[in-house]
Structures are given as structure tokens and as C-alpha cells.
Design a protein. Structure first.
Length: 337
């Protein structure tokens, strides 16, 4: 507890200014430092044999961001959930140079610039959990490095191009090469955006021979209250088994080639504050046991206001070649600040 208080005090004292950088804390005015965060408390009922149920915190995060004259900004976030780590730890921390709209630069620790679902803020996901293909093929979700970027949600083209360690949070690179990661988005109409991502790197410890190549395609359609999201990812080569299955995922032994995707559809009845959601995702591990899985998520989101949301999801899971009894019902209450 003392360590946490010291860290939060340092954030409040040292970080002051204004911001214009990527992140999940929302826009910041020129008035100075902005503290932000969110808490996701949830109840899980696992339909295993025997069944289990528990209350937990999926995430509990607090951060600070702001801008420093002229053209620089900062962004810092801590993870506080005891269900993720017994000790609070630094999740994101980067400095950005924003003078040129089409050549902004961020340096530090941040999300890997790959894919739609990866780069959707945790507090903005339409379902409680991300898809298996995202959890298994994008890891590390967060990494150390630098990224050039340009454009935004309103421009015809937006891009990110990163040079990353490839080792995950808080880890020195242990080989001579870096991962190259990129994402390109095109928005020809107000209701449609599509694009692709790639990664090429060397994930193994002290090994400059075994590479990893990942490609992804994505589409996003939004019209009125209707939203349709889709993504497909192909992954090939070596991978870092120490990283686990990404954010909130368990490691699956992967073969030489693995792939998968998802499609999500939702409609927001704004007058009722209700948003029914359906998601189907699938994953082929490519391993020697020919493990595959597909999941259907049926959910409903209720928005009390702009800062408070209740999500209820039923997840039906099917595996091959042997099906496992592991369906789940989860309710999550989220508050942003």
C-alpha cells in the first residue's frame, strides 16, 4: 500500500501539462493535467464440472496525461487489479511529439500497433472478453519501442509504424533485432473504415534465426445505432512462450501456422440505453493435436450514463477434437472517471 501511495503521489506532483496522444483516457483540453481511469468489477459463473463462481476485478486502472509546451505530451497508466498482479505495475508510459499531424512520434511503453481489437480500449470493448485469435497471436499486447503515426478517426487515411523490442512490458530486448509492426486504415465513407496490420520480428531469447510474421485485416461499419466489426489474423513462425496468451488469456500451444477471426454485431437503442451484442470468433492453433475452438457470445449492454456501463455475456465455447465443458456467464459493471 505504501508503494502505491508513493507512486500515485509522484504522478500527481510530477505530471502536469496538456496532452494530445493516443490512449484510452479521452481528449484533453489546454487547461493542464488530466487524471483518468476506470474500474471493472465482475461476477463470473463457470459452467465447468464442478461449476465455480466468483466476484473479481477484471481491471482497475488509473492514469495521468497532459501536454507540455511546445508540441510534447505524456501518458502514464498504472494497473491496480489484484487479480492481474499482486503488486501494482506500470502499464503504459510514453512521451509523444505532436508538432506534425502526419508524422507524430511516441516513445516508451504502449499497446502494440496491430489490429482493431487490440487497439480498442478495454473500457470500450463491446463484449467483456477479447477474441481468442487476438489474445493468442498479437501478444505481446504492450511493448517497449517507438511508433510513428498520422491521421485520426476522421481522416481518409491513418497509419501507425512501430519499432519494438518484441519482449513485452518491462523487459530488455535480448537479441540483436527489433520487431517491425504497422497498421494502415482507410475511411472512404463516414460509416466505413477498413485496413490491415503486419508484424515481423524475432521473439526467441538469444535467437536471431527464428522469425515471426503476422498479418491481419479488419473492417468497421457504423451507421446510426448499428455497429459491425470484423477481423482476420494469420500468424506464422516462432513465438515467445513466456508472454502467455496476451491480456486476460491463457497460453495455447501453437503450431507453425495459426489463424482465426471474429465478427461482432450490435445495435444501440439509445432511447432505452440498451445495446444487444452478438459475437462469433474462431481460432485454429495449428498445433500437433489439431486444436481448434469457436465461441459465441450473446450479450446485452446497459448504459446508465456516459461513464457507467453494465455488461452481461453468455459465452458458448466449442473445441476440437475434444469438446470441454467450459461455458461461462459473466456480468461486469464498469465506471470510468
Amino acid at each position: 500500500m505504501k508503494r502505491l501511495l508513493v507512486v500515485l503521489t509522484m504522478l500527481l506532483v510530477v505530471l502536469n501539462g496538456q496532452l494530445a496522444a493516443q490512449g484510452c483516457g479521452g481528449p484533453v483540453s489546454d487547461e493542464g493535467l488530466k487524471m483518468f481511469g476506470f474500474v471493472q468489477g465482475q461476477y463470473e459463473y463457470h459452467m465447468t464440472d464442478p461449476s465455480t463462481n466468483s466476484f473479481s476485478f477484471e481491471r482497475a486502472r488509473i492514469g495521468a496525461k497532459g501536454a507540455i509546451p511546445y508540441d510534447f505530451s505524456y501518458y502514464v497508466v498504472l494497473e491496480l487489479s489484484p487479480y492481474i498482479s499482486a503488486n501494482p505495475y506500470l502499464l503504459d508510459a510514453f512521451i509523444s511529439y505532436n508538432r506534425f499531424d502526419w508524422a507524430r512520434l511516441s516513445v516508451g511503453s504502449f499497446k502494440t500497433p496491430f489490429g482493431l481489437e487490440t487497439n480498442t480500449a478495454c473500457n470500450g470493448l463491446m463484449t467483456v472478453y477479447r477474441s481468442t485469435v487476438t489474445l493468442q497471436t498479437v501478444a505481446p499486447f504492450r511493448d517497449l519501442g517507438l511508433v510513428f503515426m498520422g491521421g485520426n478517426d476522421k481522416t481518409l487515411i491513418a497509419y501507425q509504424l512501430g519499432l519494438m523490442n518484441g519482449r513485452g512490458l518491462g523487459a530488455f530486448d535480448n537479441n540483436k533485432k527489433k520487431d517491425i509492426v504497422g497498421r494502415l486504415l482507410i475511411k472512404p465513407f463516414d460509416f466505413l473504415r477498413f485496413g490491415g496490420s503486419f508484424r515481423y520480428g524475432y521473439p526467441s531469447m538469444n535467437n536471431n534465426k527464428d522469425s515471426r510474421t503476422t498479418f491481419g485485416g479488419e473492417v468497421e461499419v457504423k451507421s446510426g445505432g448499428f455497429t459491425l466489426l470484423g477481423e482476420y489474423i494469420m500468424d506464422e513462425g516462432d513465438y515467445n512462450r513466456d508472454l502467455g496468451g496476451g491480456c486476460s488469456g491463457n497460453l495455447i500451444e501453437l503450431g507453425e501456422k495459426r489463424s482465426g477471426g471474429y465478427i461482432t454485431a450490435a445495435y444501440n437503442f439509445e432511447n432505452l440505453k440498451l445495446e444487444p451484442v452478438f459475437k462469433f470468433d474462431f481460432f485454429d492453433s495449428g498445433n500437433t493435436s489439431a486444436y481448434k475452438e469457436s465461441n459465441m457470445t450473446i450479450g446485452i449492454n446497459y448504459y446508465f450514463n456516459d461513464w457507467t456501463r453494465l455488461q452481461a455475456n453468455y459465452i458458448y465455447r466449442a473445441e476440437q477434437p475434444t469438446e470441454v465443458v467450459n461455458d461461462e456467464f459473466v456480468i461486469q459493471l464498469q465506471v470510468k472517471f
